[in-house]
Design a protein around this ligand. Structure first.
Ligand code: ADP
Ligand code: MG
Length: 343
């Protein structure tokens, strides 16, 4: 007999698409912090992340009303109607992340929008409680007992080391494409990454990869025409490119963002790699950070529940433009000449 599913069950099913592992929780919370205009984002992880994930920011915070609404499904401050989907500039817009996380964990949100007092919202087993709490401006979300009631999901996770490595990659990606934001990542109390938030690509690169890599890096900043038929638009592209001397065995070290979103996978990575071409020995991949800004009409962020990739109006046009820009930047930086580079 057909019957309607209860609210809690519906929420848990929806959560399955967004919250697949601890790293996906971290993506959502970090993106929320960035959407809130944070200058500092601190991420603390215990064990494999199912024990505890805590993300604190110094962004705009939430009023008591908004804090209570934020954990409900399909509530967002970032989108009014479907038309806005075409122009959305924030990383979030579905209003699904917090309720989805809360459906498979205990979630505690403490926030203050620079009022005299803050608010704490706790969601546990579908029950929500709202109380007053002290806090400076900003938001802290603490997620504990993730997947405690989903043993199958929990069993599917890898070792604590491997899950933390995934989390670290998420934070690293954002730290590199948002050098204007200070990121701090701690694992079991130990600081594993701190970027200074100076807004210089080379400083973030130094924090992530160390002196050897950073001393072989060169920043670039360009713009390129995107043309389809008689229409043309402008794409801005900037970032930092490392000398082929510091190549890697895998393409994971080509970091790409599109309109502020750090992408876990992207055709653009290959375009960057192709631009290096024969500068790299066979089978080697570059270390690079490439940040694209395109008109919103060129990008669809709404193609994947976890938003790990975007769709372009014409992927090959964008990829060609990226390859050409990186190629130009490489010859300007004269990376063909081995040896020292000006930073
Ligand atoms: P979305 O990001 O798609 O809007 P979320 O479930 O991630 O959906 O968040 C719901 C709402 O809660 C957001 O639209 C925002 O208004 C608020 N919010 C969430 N996290 C933060 C934060 N760190 N700082 C300020 N507001 C936040
Ligand atoms: Mg969000």
């Amino acid at each position: 007999m057909i019957h309607e599913l209860d609210r809690q069950t519906r929420a848990q099913i929806a959560a399955g698409e967004v919250v697949t592992r601890p790293a996906s929780v971290v993506v959502e919370l970090v993106e929320n912090a960035l959407d809130a205009g944070a200058e500092t984002v601190e991420i603390e992880i215990s064990g494999d992340g199912t024990d505890r994930i805590r993300v604190s920011d110094d962004g705009v915070g939430m009023s008591e009303r908004d804090a209570a609404l934020a954990v409900e499904r399909h509530t967002t401050s970032k989108l009014d109607d479907a038309a806005d989907l075409e122009t959305v500039e924030t990383l979030g817009f579905r209003g699904e992340a917090l309720p989805s996380i809360a459906a498979v964990s205990r979630l505690e949100l403490t926030t203050n929008a620079s009022g005299p007092r803050g608010t704490q919202v706790v969601v546990e087993r579908g029950e929500k409680s709202v109380t007053a709490a002290g806090r400076a401006r900003g938001t802290t979300v603490e997620v504990t007992d993730l997947f405690a009631e989903r043993p199958a999901r929990k069993k599917a996770l890898a070792s604590a080391k491997a899950e933390f490595a995934r989390i670290s990659r998420v934070v690293t990606r954002y730290a590199l494409v948002r050098p204007d934001v200070r990121f701090v990542l701690r694992h079991d109390g130990r600081e594993t990454l701190t970027t200074p938030g100076t807004d210089r690509f080379t400083d973030a690169l130094l924090a992530v990869y160390g002196r050897e890599v950073a001393s072989h890096a060169s920043t670039f900043d360009a713009s390129r025409e995107l043309r389809i038929g008689t229409e043309s638009d402008e794409m801005a592209i900037d970032g930092v490119l490392c000398h082929p001397l510091v190549s890697r065995a895998r393409r994971d070290h080509v970091h790409v963002s599109v309109n502020g979103r750090a992408l876990a996978e992207s055709r653009i990575r290959r375009a960057v790699s192709d631009a290096y071409g024969t500068l790299l020995p066979d089978g080697r991949e570059p270390v690079a950070v490439v940040r694209l800004s395109l008109p919103p009409s060129w990008v669809d962020h709404n193609v994947h529940p976890a938003k790990s990739d975007v769709e372009f109006r014409d992927t090959e046009v964008v990829a060609d433009a990226v390859e050409a820009s990186v190629n130009d930047a490489l010859s300007t930086a004269d990376l063909r000449r081995s040896g020292e580079l000006a930073m």
